[in-house]
Design a protein around this ligand. Sequence first.
Ligand code: ZN
Length: 365
Amino acid sequence: MLEKIDLRELSEISDTRPSFVSVYLNAMDDRTEKFLNKRERDCLNALKQERELKEIFKKNMEKVREFLKTGKTGGAKSYAIFSSSPKNFFYGYELPLEVENQLIVDTSPYIRPLAMLEEEWESMAIVLLDHSNARLYMISSAMIQDTKKMHKDIMNKHKKGGWSQMRFQRLRKGAIDHFFKEVSEYLEGFLEKENVRRIILAGPGSAKKEFAEYLPEPTQKKVISIIDEDIDVPEGQLLSDSFENFFKKEREEENEMVANLRAEILKGGLVAYGVDDTLAAVTEGRAELLLINMGKRAVGWKCELCKIFKPGSAETCESCGKPVFNVDLVEELVEAAKSLGTTLEFVKDNEFLDELGGVAAFLRF
Ligand SMILES: [Zn+2]
């Protein structure tokens, strides 16, 4: 599961040589095996002159293939695998979401795809209810992790004779009150277990809005939409409607952050933008929130000895003279942010952020 992956740990380990292989494989794509074979051949070819690195790569690939043969439990949509034999480092993960096939040889694990999945697919709770039935769903990594059905017998019609209308209404109201409290308590239990930022309330009629009033204030604030659904809506439909709202909210929040960024720039506030300035701010630990346009890449090089990153291409380090590695500076940004605890937000297709160089950060100082 995505939330079990320690991106911080992955971001902190590195080697002075490119002894790490990071492999992302899409299990749903029938070209995946071909991709893996071809990338393996290409890398072996590229490492022809470097006997030691070639041996390391071979060992790493043996471990990767071993995991693919025996390590998986089945049902995953993709895999993320990291190996460095000299560092005795190996992790194989099964992911519930699809990723693009990639195989990268570098001095550290390539974590950007995982960081993006983690940020995009935050946990969410869904409560579908009317006055006597409720279904609760706990979703994370785009999968149902937990679910609960609740029901309470509540008289819906005033039976002929017997109680007076007023007494009937009072009893019915009391029963609903009791039911909503029970559902709310169950929901709180869900929220304690997972770090949920978003809740969706669904159902027919007015019950869902009445129920919202029963939630404690911090929980109320997490409700992002209240949507109309039949009480017996199929699970797939409920999930797809919920995700639509979830991502609408995600995009809204991103646009809000970029609007704040623009405002800060206009008043000369504490922000950095463009790859150079942002990378400097993040690696110096000055960044609080890092914004990255999803498709952004930036060619650069890094020296693992001096711990410096520079844009453009180079063969040797300008400070120590040792050979350097070509890297995607955006990946370096992601790794630095993860290891320093900077909040990361991937932004989808934002033109203004793109004009600023595709990356920007709000700074602490
Ligand atoms: Zn250097």
